[in-house]
Design a protein around this ligand. Structure first.
Ligand code: UDP
Length: 245
């Protein structure tokens, strides 16, 4: 069926459907990093990330978090409720890595006493800068009430996801969430949750390179990128099957 393309991003294409409240997200194998300065392909990534996201959204729904997921008509396509995406990346960190280490000097792997919730401006031209509470209000990117709501939702997702991944023998180091509002103004968790958007360390590996199971393998040219993504999918599906028994 030929569909109208509404939007094409770095990792997904969004298509319209006959229902104006529903769109289809088509997950691509394309991979980018460092604000798209590094580009490549991770074979099978679209199907893997779509399936992982589906399991995690379904799980989070069971935990009481509203998401945009409807269902998946194929392995790399997700039918979702159409939302207006807030131009924010909500990042939750449990262990210091990535930009937190670069910007604060905290050593990689420092366990944070409590989860850190941060907001970044989704704006490639500005390099996705870190925002403060007052800058969020200044730029009218979210209302004060929405900021509180997002903080709480992000922490709730973190608690649920840490437990889920721990049962997969994976440590959730940090991750990025995106939210949108539906036609009723309700805040829904959107986008994806996958090895593209999470740092996941394998609890069965102590070597600091071998334990990396996420997009850092692509960012840092660590090799075996596809293997790591497949392994995450395998464990997530096994945990999902175990939970549904
Ligand atoms: N992240 C993401 N998209 C972005 C920026 C970050 O999914 O545009 C995720 C990233 O994979 C990691 C977390 O958010 O799990 C924190 O990323 P960080 O700020 O450390 O930036 P990075 O080191 O990835 O540039």
């Amino acid at each position: 069926m030929s569909r109208t393309k509404i939007y094409e991003g770095k990792a997904k294409i969004i298509y319209a459907t006959e229902d104006s409240e529903i769109v289809i997200a088509d997950f691509k194998d394309d991979a980018t990093a460092f604000n798209a300065l590094k580009r490549g392909t991770i074979d099978g990534k679209g199907k893997i990330n779509c399936q992982i996201s589906q399991v995690l959204f379904q799980y989070l729904e069971q935990c009481g978090i509203a998401t945009h997921l409807i269902d998946c008509p194929s392995l790399n396509q997700m039918r979702v409720k159409k939302v207006k995406i807030l131009p924010l990346e909500v990042v939750v960190r449990n262990i210091a890595a990535g930009s937190l280490c670069q910007q604060t000097g905290l050593p990689l792997g420092t366990v944070l006493a409590q989860p850190l919730v941060e907001f970044y401006y989704k704006n490639d031209a500005l390099g996705d800068p870190l925002l403060t509470h007052d800058r969020l209000l200044l730029l009218k990117l979210a209302t004060s009430e929405q900021i509180d709501q997002l903080q709480e939702l992000a922490k709730k997702c973190d608690r649920a996801l840490c437990e889920f991944f721990s049962n997969c023998n994976l440590t959730l180091v940090d991750f990025k969430l995106e939210f949108g509002t539906d036609s009723n103004g309700q805040l829904l968790l959107a986008d994806e949750i996958s090895p593209d958007t999470c740092r996941l360390w394998d609890n069965l590996e102590s070597d600091p390179q071998n334990r990396v199971m996420d997009k850092d393998r692509f960012r840092q040219d660590l090799g075996k990128v596809e293997n790591a993504y497949e392994q995450v999918l395998e464990r997530v599906l096994a945990q999902s099957n175990f939970r549904s028994k």
